[in-house]
Ligand binder design. Sequence first.
Ligand SMILES: *[C@@H]1O[C@H](CO)[C@@H](O)[C@H](O)[C@H]1NC(C)=O
Ligand SMILES: *[C@@H]1O[C@H](CO)[C@@H](O)[C@H](O)[C@H]1NC(C)=O
Ligand SMILES: *[C@@H]1O[C@H](CO)[C@@H](O)[C@H](O)[C@H]1NC(C)=O
Ligand SMILES: *[C@@H]1O[C@H](CO)[C@@H](O)[C@H](O)[C@H]1NC(C)=O
Ligand SMILES: *[C@@H]1O[C@H](CO)[C@@H](O)[C@H](O)[C@H]1NC(C)=O
Ligand SMILES: *[C@@H]1O[C@H](CO)[C@@H](O)[C@H](O)[C@H]1NC(C)=O
Ligand SMILES: *[C@@H]1O[C@H](CO)[C@@H](O)[C@H](O)[C@H]1NC(C)=O
Ligand SMILES: *[C@@H]1O[C@H](CO)[C@@H](O)[C@H](O)[C@H]1NC(C)=O
Length: 826
Amino acid sequence: MKIAFFNFFFFFCLLQSCTCDDTIMRTRSMRDGDVIFSEGKRFAFGFFSLGVSNLRYVGIWYAQVSEQTVVWVANRDSPMNDTSGVIRFSSSGNLCIYASVNTTEPLWSTNVTESIPEPTLVARLSALGNLVLLDSVTGKGYWESFDHPTDSSLPFMRLGFTRKDGLDRVLTSWKSPGDPASGTFSLRINRTGFPQLILYKGLTPWWRTGSWTGLRWSGVVFQILFVNNQDEVSMTNRVMDASVITRMMVNETGKVQRLTWSAGEKRWNVFWSIPKEECDNYAHRGLNGYCRPTSSEACTCLPGFEPKMPRDWLLRDYTGGCSRRNKTSLCREKEGFVKFTHAKIPDTSVARVDMNITLKECKQRCLRNCSCLAYASAYHEGVGGEKGCLTWHGDMLDTRSLLNSGQDFYIRVDREELERWNKNGSLGKRRAIIIVISLIAALMLLAVISFCFVRKRRKSNRDRRSSTTLPPGSFDISDTFRFEEDQGGREWELPLFELNTIATATNNFDFRNKLGEGGFGSVYKGVLENGMEIAVKRLSKNSGQGMEAFKNEVKLISKLQHRNLVRMLGCCVESEEKMLVYEYLPNKSLDYFIFHEEQRVELDWPKRMEIICGIARGILYLHQDSRLRIIHRDLKASNVLLDNEMIPKIADFGMARIFGGKQIRGSTNRVVGTYGYMSPEYAMEGHFSVKSDVYSFGVLILEIITGKKNSAFHKESLNLVGQIWDLWNKGEATAVIDKLMNQDINDESEVMKCVHIGLLCVQENASDRPDMPSVVSMFGHNANDFPPPKHPAFTSGRKPHVKNDDLSGENSTSVNDVTLTDVYGR
Ligand SMILES: *[C@@H]1O[C@H](CO)[C@@H](O)[C@H](O)[C@H]1NC(C)=O
Ligand SMILES: *[C@@H]1O[C@H](CO)[C@@H](O)[C@H](O)[C@H]1NC(C)=O
Ligand SMILES: *[C@@H]1O[C@H](CO)[C@@H](O)[C@H](O)[C@H]1NC(C)=O
Ligand SMILES: *[C@@H]1O[C@H](CO)[C@@H](O)[C@H](O)[C@H]1NC(C)=O
Ligand SMILES: *[C@@H]1O[C@H](CO)[C@@H](O)[C@H](O)[C@H]1NC(C)=O
Ligand SMILES: *[C@@H]1O[C@H](CO)[C@@H](O)[C@H](O)[C@H]1NC(C)=O
Ligand SMILES: *[C@@H]1O[C@H](CO)[C@@H](O)[C@H](O)[C@H]1NC(C)=O
Ligand SMILES: *[C@@H]1O[C@H](CO)[C@@H](O)[C@H](O)[C@H]1NC(C)=O
């Protein structure tokens, strides 16, 4: 096969008469038709035309993508009109494009002014798609295309400003799909005030990110690095797995889009696009307005403000904005702040910034200064993640509410306004108290009525009950629903916990009680008043479901009972909070054991085998044996907990259902999951099925056997799955077995059988992977009966290495650097 490929390539070279390299030497030139490829052949650089046009451009495109996709154009504003163009170095050492061999005036030039050592100079197309002008001896770079983007941002490319070269990297849309000339839309980081990413139409802001916050796609496909210090204000998209083909672009129609290439469907999938709705438009509500996409029009001024031209508002013209209701009332006694949650804070270009003070100090500072009208934190990463202080001292623009993200925003109001808001608040409180009181009364009544009845029944039911699945030493409410269950087999009622109970149990969600954080929210440890230990999952607020649907799902899922599943004890739904309460397992999760040497020693082979089988049975139950048929979607070592007897228990199952996904096979825009464990069809196309769980399980098996993590990035060129596959093909797969359990393996073939099963589970093609019933039965069969595994997915975990162009920003960490998973406000 290798020979065939080589032949093909040789043929290709003859055809193209190129250097077949990623490099243009100082002495060579490129004619129209010549192409160079990056290492790995993902990107190509050369001449091209668009559509039916005869105009010739020079640029970079994806070589492996069947649809012509240009990511960079050198001479976007000065095309050639025939194929006589030439690329070569000028006498000054710049790479230039000439209209023909005989012209001396270049159409385009890299325009480097510093003196370049000519003879050793080359231009090289890096594996990331970056054309770099560099000294091939010293490696010093002089110019790179990543610093001069057109309309697309590739992974590891920086957007924004660096002081050392004074460059501001801006994305500018094309004029039209057939014309790469500079269009009207541009995306840039504006450094005025507090930096923000703004999409401009011409010079007019069109859309704004808001604060650097949000948790979407947390660590799944992208990581966004935001650097804000003296020397640099920039953002860089990083992709967690080099095999994913993805880009961000400014579309000529004024959309910022993120796309991934689906090799299966042979098309680009847009999985994120902005602006999307009216409220996204910059300053849609004018000065001091407040845009709320979900509410009626009535309430679209910030508190303390009223529409300046109420008539226009009736005609849906909001450009007049809002003005202060009482111009003299601020900076008097008893004033205060109204808090907006989930807000996109106003344009920060007019905000004052102090990164050194806390939010509390920020409030004090704002109160002390009569011109201060509002404040917020500069960065906001979840609860307690506030950092820095922003204050506004004049009119505020482009404030809106967001559904799931956004941050707290505090606006100064006078006594009257504050009273108005407090009255609303206390009204709510009073109502809540009334409801609580009547609930208590009802419960007491119920208790009294049922007391005698229960007593009568209890005796006769005692034996039966001793075998119920409820935890020993259960809590108050459980008696209520046990009682209900006794009432002639009624539906299993889901125990509802009160927010107060949970808050007390977790010490108000103290960060010291935090056990972890996942795609769905944070997990806290808690202790109920009766001493029972619980784990509380506080769901992030982006569950698309209403309360009833949520409760129904939780009720269904809480009925799933299996030795290898973590038991759900109940839930808590109050105000905006949705929480799930689970049994607490003290022995930590599987990743703690298998990825740490001291702990891993405790796991001999028989124990590991039991763990593997336990997990398999748990998944089988979810897929097949329970009434619900559940796809886990985020199986990984940290989602397998171990109890005192080292029995594995799968956590976090049913999350996809709770979050509104009902299908067995489906397609989703919201890819949850963790890189290293995600099947290719799920990671890249959002298709999930039972086979995506099988894939994750295969990775788990291999991790348990080797004691190594199948991380997306690996020092060597292959990730764990790739290494095992390599050794397997060489017949040396026994080398992967964790050395720490060598002495307790009697029968190596049993371990090899598990490796075999693992490899079958991670096969690239979902239909080749066995389903869970087959997997479970395989453990009881001879490996000779198994089919040989085919090529697994995602074998190259290689981090795209960057020569001479350190774009990853890793070495630029400083006090002000903040790594965020996503910068967008929505
Ligand atoms: C095409 O090239 C010819 C010869 O260089 C030039 O005279 C003409 O202006 C060019 N046309 C366009 C549209 O650039
Ligand atoms: C370039 O110049 C050479 C000699 O002056 C001439 O023979 C050739 O035709 C010219 N080529 C073009 C494309 O103009
Ligand atoms: C290079 O510099 C020249 C002269 O300053 C300018 O006209 C041209 O637009 C520059 N080209 C690029 C690609 O920046
Ligand atoms: C821009 O978006 C529109 C609408 O989604 C689409 O038709 C067009 O092809 C996009 N342009 C590019 C260059 O992708
Ligand atoms: C940044 O925003 C401010 C205020 O809107 C504006 O005056 C300035 O020109 C912008 N800067 C850039 C580089 O766009
Ligand atoms: C404005 O506020 C001041 C001070 O609170 C108050 O005396 C005055 O009556 C208010 N004016 C109006 C029009 O509400
Ligand atoms: C900010 O805080 C740091 C550390 O607390 C301190 O070293 C620095 O001087 C402070 N800067 C300002 C401007 O107050
Ligand atoms: C209030 O804040 C403004 C803007 O930061 C500043 O110019 C002014 O000096 C401050 N006033 C006081 C009294 O601190």
